[in-house]
Write a protein that binds this ligand. Structure first.
Ligand SMILES: C[S@@+](CC[C@H](N)C(=O)[O-])C[C@H]1O[C@@H](n2cnc3c(N)ncnc32)[C@H](O)[C@@H]1O
Length: 281
């Protein structure tokens, strides 16, 4: 198995050398720190056993990975991510939580540095939507799984968010964010095709469903919208969108103000979809 890495995050020179989505931005990284294996990976837990080997692709700060690693201990668990500062955070988290069977490396999900048939289980949450060729990543996951091994996958689908009361500002934000993903060939709105592309990559899909993440209280709605406003203030895409004449600064300000006002309505509700699958090699 490879150790360390010479791989660097993908970027476009026009985008100031930063990955478009801002994987290196604290505003993004903080968003994932609050996640955990329960409930995010609950669907996959019945398939994990002590002693199994496990890979988490695009592990981010590893807030989910540490919980998976604890379940397969003393089996070896590995988290990979293309962004070095995510791997730094992940390493610190595992150390602080005393999870000793888990290690991390910088690597690309579309070019995994592992031999064929290396892992019993592979997990990946909210990564495929970033990729121009998710089937290539799925074929890599399939390759590194042992025969009979299982992949547990989550792919965002924000194509039809439930928003009440309707909000032009929130709708415009989602449209603009999707345009950013489209700029580099990804999409936030195609989780619904996860089973299809897994089959294309050679998986036998044994479980597939869609679920919604709900912001049901005023506090949750405000936290979610404040997070999006922080993304608008911090992610390279929103500067690039101005450079590319997709939007201007006045419109961005209008969207932010509209979102803020909407999030303060006591009746505001938002839920966004994701699709979840388990595939067997
Ligand atoms: C939305 S975050 C999800 C993080 C974590 N899986 C979670 O759900 O909390 C997406 C992660 O995928 C990583 N990523 C994006 N493209 C990648 C690639 N080609 N290979 C590996 N990781 C990638 C990003 O750096 C980021 O940490």
């Amino acid at each position: 198995m490879a150790s360390g890495s010479s791989r660097q995050p993908t970027s476009h020179p026009k985008w100031h050398g930063r990955p478009f989505y801002g994987y290196d931005s604290p505003a993004v990284q903080e968003h994932y720190v609050g996640r955990s294996a329960w409930p995010a990976a609950e669907f996959f837990m019945p398939h994990l056993e002590p002693g199994m080997s496990l890979l988490d692709c695009g592990c981010g700060p590893a807030s989910i990975t540490v919980g998976l690693a604890e379940v397969v201990a003393p089996g070896r668990a590995v988290g990979i991510d293309i962004e070095p500062s995510m791997i730094a955070q992940a390493t610190t988290l595992a150390k602080n939580q005393g999870v000793n069977n888990l290690r991390f490396e910088v690597a690309d999900i579309t070019d995994l540095p592992y031999p064929d048939n290396s892992f019993d289980r592979v997990f990946s949450c909210a990564v495929l939507e970033h990729l121009p060729d998710p089937v290539k990543a799925l074929k890599e996951i399939h390759r590194v799984l042992k025969p009979g091994g299982l992949a547990g996958l989550i792919k965002t689908d924000w194509g039809d968010p439930l928003i009440s009361p309707e909000s032009d500002a929130v709708t415009r934000f989602f449209r603009l964010f999707e345009q950013g993903f489209n700029q580099q060939g990804g999409s936030l709105n195609r989780g619904r095709h996860l089973r299809l592309i897994m089959q294309e990559a050679g998986f036998d899909v044994i479980e597939f469903f869609a679920a919604y993440g709900n912001a049901t209280t005023p506090e949750l709605v405000q936290a979610e919208i404040n997070g999006y406003i922080a993304w608008m203030d911090n992610l390279p895409w929103f500067d690039q969108a101005i450079e590319l004449n997709v939007v201007d600064q006045a419109a961005l300000n209008e969207i932010k103000e509209g979102m803020k006002r909407w999030s303060e309505l006591p009746e505001a509700f938002i839920a966004k979809g994701r699709c979840v699958a388990i595939g067997r090699k």
